[in-house]
Design a binder for this molecule. Sequence first.
Ligand code: 5GP
Length: 199
Amino acid sequence: MQLLKEKILSEGQALSKDILKVDSFLNHQMDPVLMKEIGKEFVKRFAHKEITKVLTIESSGIGPGLMAALELDVPLIFARKRKSLTLTEGLVTASVHSFTKKETNTISVSDKYIKARDKVLIIDDFLAVGQAARGLADICKQVGAEVVGIGIVIEKAFQSGGKDLRDQGFQVESLARIKELNVGQITFIEEREGAIVHV
Ligand code: 5GP
């Protein structure tokens, strides 16, 4: 997605070989116009999938997830990372280790909102080693819902998550796929419009 790649090149910061900071438009401040386009692009890529729910994880998946849900006219559910005062019964949980924060969280979703009949589109902001997406897919599996696809805003393709999830048979669609990060340099995987190098 060209607009997203341009935004990453102009505002993203490679903090190391592993971590990309995009706080100005995705992870802290959010660009609603870009988010709207992201929602439309996800829907294009998962057309004809008869999606009934979008599932994401708090907090950075909520923006792109909500925009996709709005385009699809279906509800968005976000898995909670922390215990909630009001969400205590019928919880379906999975364990997720955070690549960036180096901590393990139990994520939870109420069984009221995902049912065996649901066709679920999983959305997240980043894909690194795939723990978050796997945890969300595990929650769907526990309730018998079908995961019809995984939509990712930024995939760090040099990490293992994308390959592992595709090998498991999931349709993973990433709107920007990063080949390599170096401090001050972001390289995308060569797709139709060719590699873009940012120094
Ligand atoms: P995974 O579970 O695939 O290993 O990592 C994905 C999760 O970790 C995402 O939900 C995202 O919040 C966070 N994450 C992983 N890599 C990065 C990164 O390079 N930058 C940012 N901002 N978040 C990341």
